[in-house]
Design a protein around this ligand. Structure first.
Ligand code: GRF
Length: 201
C-alpha cells in the first residue's frame, strides 16, 4: 500500500499529533501528504503547519449534496496521491464517493470498544451505561457507521471515582498508542478481510 497518508480532522488533532510523532520517531514508516479539516478553527491545523504538513480547509457547508462534498474530499486526497485515509476526530459521516474512491483504505479511531457505543461522545455513553471496561477501536470504514472490520482494540478500566472526563483522558492515552500501531499494521499489507474480520497473515 502507498504510504502517503491523508488525515481528516475537525478539532484539536491530538490523534493527528500522535501520527506526526510516530513518524518522526520512526515508529511509523509513512508520510502525511495532507491534513484536511472541515472546520477552519480546528486546532489540529496548527499542529500540521508546525510539522510542515500541507493543510486544506474544506468546509462541509454550502454543498448541494453530501455526495458532492465527499467527491471533493476524494479529489483533494487523490491529487496528492494519498494511499490511506485516516479519520482522526473527523466529525462527518463519510459517504459513498469517498468510500468508493478509497475502498478498504480508510481508517477511523473510535473512543469505545465497538460495537458498543457508536456515534458521538462514546466516552459519555460508556460512562453513563456503567461499563467496567472501555477502550479504543481502530477500524476500517465502510458505509455503516462505526461498523467496519476492527483492526485493533485496546482496553482501559473504568474506575469507581471516574467522571466522563477522567475516563476520556485514560482512553485518549491509549488512542495515541493505538492509532500509529494500527496504521503501521494496515500499511504493512499483511492482512486480509474474512467476513467482518481483519485477520493478520
Ligand atoms: C478522539 O477521541 C477520537 O477517538 C474521536 O474523536 C476524538 C478526536 O480527538 N474520533 P483529537 O482531535 O484527535 O484530539
Amino acid at each position: 500500500m502507498n504510504r502517503r497518508l491523508g488525515v481528516l480532522i475537525s478539532g484539536r488533532g491530538s490523534n493527528l499529533q500522535s501520527l506526526i510523532d510516530a513518524i518522526s520517531d520512526r515508529r511509523l514508516d509513512a508520510t502525511i501528504a495532507v491534513v484536511i479539516s472541515n472546520e477552519p478553527q480546528a486546532g489540529g491545523i496548527e499542529r500540521a503547519r508546525a510539522a510542515g504538513i500541507e493543510t486544506v480547509v474544506l468546509s462541509h457547508r454550502g454543498w448541494s449534496s453530501r455526495d458532492d462534498y465527499d467527491r471533493a474530499l476524494a479529489h483533494e486526497l487523490q491529487t496528492r496521491d494519498v494511499g490511506l485515509v485516516c479519520l482522526a476526530g473527523f466529525m462527518r459521516i463519510v459517504g459513498g464517493p469517498l468510500i468508493d474512491a478509497y475502498a478498504g483504505a480508510i481508517l477511523n479511531i473510535h473512543p469505545a470498544l465497538l460495537p458498543s457505543f457508536v456515534g458521538v461522545d462514546a466516552q459519555r455513553q460508556a460512562f453513563e451505561h456503567g461499563v467496567k471496561v472501555s477502550g479504543v477501536t481502530v477500524h476500517l470504514v465502510t458505509g455503516d457507521l462505526d461498523a467496519g472490520p476492527i483492526v485493533l482494540q485496546r482496553t482501559v478500566p473504568v474506575l469507581d471515582g471516574d467522571t466522563r472526563d477522567t475516563l476520556a483522558a485514560r482512553i485518549l492515552e491509549q488512542e495515541h498508542a493505538a492509532y500509529p500501531e494500527a496504521v503501521s499494521l494496515v500499511l504493512d499489507g499483511r492482512w486480509k478481510i474474512e467476513g467482518r474480520r481483519f485477520v493478520r497473515l
